[in-house]
Design a protein around this ligand. Structure first.
Ligand code: NZQ
Ligand code: ZN
Length: 380
């Protein structure tokens, strides 16, 4: 087992009505917050009204910034930084899924020292301070509500990049499973794929931690068991709550205790290439990339894949393990091939070329230029 230092400072408020604690927590960081949300789902489903009611009830002044798109862009981060500096905002209140929260997390690192966000993402600028981030999660998927990571894309450099900075841990995250009732079927499924993919990334990190292996297997089994139920009954509190907890635990550090890295992250890097090029939803990119990555690695790390198959699907056959995983993704209607998202052969070269240009790689399992080409073949 690897040695480690572990601290997760985010306070989680979990359960029906937890939003009632928002005002009392938020006011501790100052009276003026910037409320950031996406393209309008929170207005349709009534969550916006519930949140603004709490802000008004505790006399918190709020300015709004909306329109964050899935696969968020650095321009929105820049706009938020400018508003926060100009209006002397005390805290950032992210209301949404991973895209909103990540946008806010990157901005939080740049406001105090007026830093260029892309330089922060690229680790060229090193922030020494951040402004407080508070999250109200509306989609169970990324785990960003309880970690220090953020992912944004930049059309100028043709990249979608994830990075980690401990200053970006949310101070508080409010997780009310009822807030996820209105998540459409496709995004519910993509969220499930994403949480499973996070657990799998940790499975393939270096370091012998059998307890981490058991955490991972439990999280994935929980998700596999609950998926058909939550997709049929999206407004079932218990199902939504269980998926929400699984998603948070899949990327809050628990699954990588005793490992060298939090994960391999090669599959995420491949997925980010698809999301950058075709605006593919994050989870959908992963259900295409994971089977391909496993096929590429089946002779490189056979024992690890066999153990995974044994834990999840009671098989020691590598091919059967990959098939079972693919069949699960298919069963929840997440795509498993490029064709499923209408990406035809004429695009294959641009995918492998961008992977190569951006140095798509894993932390543990290294990918060569030829691997990029092979991966596209496996995804086809
Ligand atoms: O924009 P609105 O109208 O709000 O609609 C959103 C969006 O269209 C909708 N939605 C969210 N909550 C809803 C809802 N619709 C109805 N009811 C609700 N309650 O869902 C759509 C997708 O939202 P998004 O935030 O993009 O989804 P997700 O939470 O999956 O976040 C994906 C982003 O997070 C990054 C991904 O790369 C991607 O950019 N990730 C962040 C990570 C992290 N920071 O730790 C780790 C992940 O691996 C991932 O890379
Ligand atoms: Zn992910």
């Amino acid at each position: 087992m690897e040695s480690f230092t572990y601290k997760n400072p985010t306070v989680i408020h979990f359960g029906k009505g937890c939003i009632e604690e928002l005002g009392n927590e938020l006011i501790k960081f100052g009276k003026h917050t910037l409320l950031v949300y996406g393209k309008g789902s929170v207005k349709k489903n009534g969550i916006y009204d519930k949140v603004t009611y709490e802000l008004n009830a505790t006399n918190i002044n709020f300015t709004e910034y909306s329109g964050i798109k899935p696969n968020p862009i650095v321009e929105d981060v820049e706009n938020i930084i400018e508003i926060c500096i100009r209006k002397k905002i005390d805290s950032l209140l992210a209301l949404g899924g991973g895209s909103v929260i990540d946008t806010v997390k990157v901005a939080s690192l740049c406001i105090k020292e007026n830093l260029d966000p892309w330089k922060v993402v690229m680790r060229i600028s090193k922030p020494t301070q951040s402004i407080p981030v508070i999250c109200i999660l509306t989609l169970a998927a990324t785990g960003t509500e309880m970690n220090a990571a953020a992912v944004v894309q930049n059309h100028k450099t043709r990249e979608k990049i994830g990075f980690v900075n401990p200053l970006s841990y949310p101070k508080h995250s409010f997780l009310d499973p009822e807030f996820t009732y209105s998540v459409p079927k496709n995004y519910t499924a993509y969220g499930i794929v994403d949480l499973i993919a996070h657990a799998l990334e940790a499975w393939f990190a270096d370091g012998d931690s059998t307890l981490a292996d058991r955490f991972i297997a439990s999280i994935i089994k929980e998700a596999i068991e609950l998926s058909p139920k939550v997709l049929v009954e999206p407004a079932n509190y218990e199902y939504r709550a269980k998926i929400m907890l699984a998603a948070t635990c899949a990327l809050n550090g628990t699954t990588s205790l005793g490992r060298k890295y939090s994960g391999d992250w090669g599959v995420h890097d491949i997925g980010h290439t698809l999301s950058y090029l075709y605006d593919t939803p994050h989870g959908a990119s992963l259900s295409i990339a994971y089977p391909a990555w496993l096929k590429l690695h089946k002779e490189r790390i056979p024992e690890r894949i066999k153990k995974l198959g044994k834990c999840l699907f009671e098989t020691t056959s590598i091919n059967q393990t990959i098939k079972d995983l693919e069949n699960f993704f298919k069963s929840i209607e997440s795509p498993i091939r490029l064709n499923d998202i209408n990406i035809r052969e004429d695009k294959h070269k641009e995918i492998s070329e961008l992977m190569n240009k951006n140095g798509v790689n894993g932390l543990v399992q290294k990918l060569t230029e030829n691997d990029h080409i092979e991966l596209v073949k496996y995804m086809s």
